[in-house]
Design a protein around this ligand. Sequence first.
Ligand SMILES: [Ca+2]
Length: 121
Amino acid sequence: MKKLTRVATGAAAVALTSIVMVAPPASADIVQCPNSGQRACAWYNANYTGSFGAWSTSQTFLGGFNDAISSFGNRGTTQIGWFFDAGYGGERFLQNPPDYGHFSAFDYRNDKFSSLFIYSF
Ligand SMILES: [Ca+2]
């Protein structure tokens, strides 16, 4: 379901200013990512479903989650930067704690993250 063709740039550019953070539905698997300790969480699919990963330290490369993340959460106390490229490169999506959210299949940021940085502030 998530590997839909991406829409072209006009709509994506507008989407830059629309934040994706939404309240999770009651049935979401967000409970997989408890708000305790420093924790970045991600799921393959929208609505916090699919393969789940959690990291308590920065990751220069997201291994099996490379270009596959559609839902993600910051359950720590400081900002997390999600990067399009490995080694904290490319476009960055900053996520404040304790936010979580997901990209639609049509969002240009869907399935793009390759590294994450957990800031100390
Ligand atoms: Ca990428």
